[in-house]
Design a protein around this ligand. Structure first.
Ligand code: BG6
Length: 501
């Protein structure tokens, strides 16, 4: 086992202990941290849920999730047996106030066992509408007043719109200090996303040209091939704009557009990001149709398999106006980015699963070369592939070998796979470790969440008030509706895919 500085003693309560997120992500991540020697010397994990788990069946269920989803499968030479000693299940009705005393008792008991007061972490891995009620019952426990050691982790979606996000923030603020609150956006835990800061600020090469003088436009695509996968009920209350743009995509945009931080202090980084959100040009209700496009997938074929339309998915209304695709053009009004468009798009049932950021540079003046040499001339482009490919590619011109002078674009590529041995940590491993260590850099602050809701509210309101007339409007296995092509083509650009030159 590798040796690291471990986080202090921690006791983690997972509300939604019997749920899908714990099964697929949290427990596999915690187990992986354990195997790699990152868990505290003293720790306890308590899953909380309504479901009954007689005997060993809770452990069996978690092991099943780990076998399916952890990068370290199965029992791992007895390490599971060791890990599972720290894991227990508390069956309780989260709606009954009296039951919360059970939590206080477990904390006391663990304090005795550990011989010290541990960090106490409450992870809200439950449906969003249950969160306020749980917080109201949890907040009055004495333990929550301990601003140093007690933390609460809130999953997305954080609110449903600006108003509900403000209400949730106010509720949290009435019981916890901001330093105790960890709002998760799992994209921020991805290695490739964190690397954007290294790329920009640990190299002298990029920053001098990282502005409107050299960059023509920026594109962010987060496309998925999956449909609803049983999440229809949630998705009906969300849609692509809320589910992906309000959080993940705006966060990526902040990483690309922020000014250089003066330190890696959590608040310093978050201040710089929130500045970007405040500088995003407000889209008025009247402008929404020029700046935003929505879509919903039809039935059709996906890699040889017949798939149903969105409206036929389980728990989706037969005439649902909900968006499964969204594309938006943003501008950031500041000295660095004035008039540089940021095109973003995301959708379900699209042609490929890929999250990529393209920085398209302005063309070089080509006067010195004969016209035939420059026929295949392309402007420089930096492509940051977040997933599933994890690489950074810089496109530049090269002379094609031969007696004639002909220029073609070539790529210089940094690939994680080739450069580093071993696998990079999963986002949830990074984020859970940060919570135990008390490092909030990769988490959303209250004002960040509200600022990003403010950015998308005019689009949400306008779409809400004008039901779509053309849904479903894109085929599965495509790149979304035609209007999304028009959105960018009007400015003389194309959406860039991994295959495009
Ligand atoms: C989640 C969304 O936040 O992110 C899902 O709710 C989406 O709808 C998922 O599928 C995408 O995450 P990733 O890490 O697979 O890109």
């Amino acid at each position: 086992m590798q040796q690291h500085k471990r986080p202090p003693a921690s006791l983690l309560f997972i509300f939604g202990g019997s749920g899908d997120l714990n099964y697929r992500k949290l427990s596999p991540a915690l187990f992986k941290l354990f195997i790699d020697g990152w868990m505290p010397e003293k720790f306890g994990i308590v899953g909380i849920g309504r479901t009954e788990y007689p005997g060993n069946s809770y452990h069996d269920r978690l092991l099943d999730g780990i076998t399916q989803f952890s990068r370290r499968k199965g029992e791992q030479n007895g390490e599971w047996a060791e890990f599972s000693k720290h894991v227990s299940y508390l069956q309780m009705d989260a709606e009954s106030e009296a039951e919360y005393q059970k939590i206080a008792e477990i904390v006391k008991q663990k304090e005795k066992e550990f011989g010290e007061h541990p960090n106490v972490i409450f992870y809200m891995s439950v449906a969003p509408w249950l969160v306020p009620d749980i917080l109201k019952k949890l907040g009055p426990l004495n333990i929550c007043a301990d601003t140093k050691c007690t933390r609460v982790v809130v999953e997305k979606p954080f609110g449903h719109d600006l108003k509900s996000a403000q209400e949730l923030n106010a509720l949290l603020a009435s019981m916890f200090d901001e330093e105790q609150i960890y709002r998760i956006d799992h994209y921020l835990g991805k290695e490739t996303v964190q690397n954007i800061l290294a790329l920009r600020f640990a190299n002298a090469l990029f920053e001098p040209i990282w502005n409107r003088n050299y960059i023509e436009h920026v594109q962010i695509t987060a496309s998925e091939t999956i449909g609803m996968e049983g999440r229809g009920a949630y998705y009906e209350t969300s849609g692509a704009l809320r589910d992906m743009v309000q959080n993940h995509i705006l966060q990526l945009m902040c990483m690309i557009a922020m000014e250089a931080p003066v330190s890696f202090d959590a608040n310093e980084i978050r201040n710089k990001k929130v500045d970007v959100l405040h500088a995003i040009r407000k889209i008025t209700n009247e402008q929404v149709h020029q700046f935003a496009v929505r879509g919903q997938y039809a039935s059709g074929w996906m890699k040889g398999e017949k798939v149903s339309d969105y409206r036929s998915e389980k728990n989706v209304a037969p005439e649902s106006p909900n968006d499964t695709f969204a594309a938006v053009k943003f501008y950031i009004d500041n000295w660095r980015w004035q008039d540089v468009p940021f095109y973003v798009r995301t959708g379900k049932r699209m042609h490929e699963k890929a999250t990529t950021i393209n920085i398209q540079f302005r063309p070089a003046p080509s006067y010195a070369f004969p016209p035939e040499a420059a026929e295949t001339w392309r402007a420089n482009r930096l492509t940051i592939s977040i997933q599933p490919e994890m690489d950074i590619r810089l496109r530049f011109q090269a002379k094609q070998p031969g007696q004639s002078l002909s220029l073609t674009p070539v790529d210089m590529t940094f690939s994680y796979k080739d450069a580093y041995e071993g696998q990079e940590p999963e986002a949830y491993e990074t984020l859970l470790l940060d919570v135990m260590e008390g490092n909030a850099t990769l988490f959303m602050r209250a004002d960040q969440v509200e600022a990003s809701w403010k950015v998308i509210m005019p689009i949400l309101d306008t779409w809400n008030n004008r039901p779509p007339v053309d849904f479903p409007n894109y085929a599965p296995d495509s790149w979304g509706p035609e209007d999304a092509e028009a959105l960018i083509a009007r400015d003389g650009h194309n959406w860039i895919t991994l295959a495009s030159k």
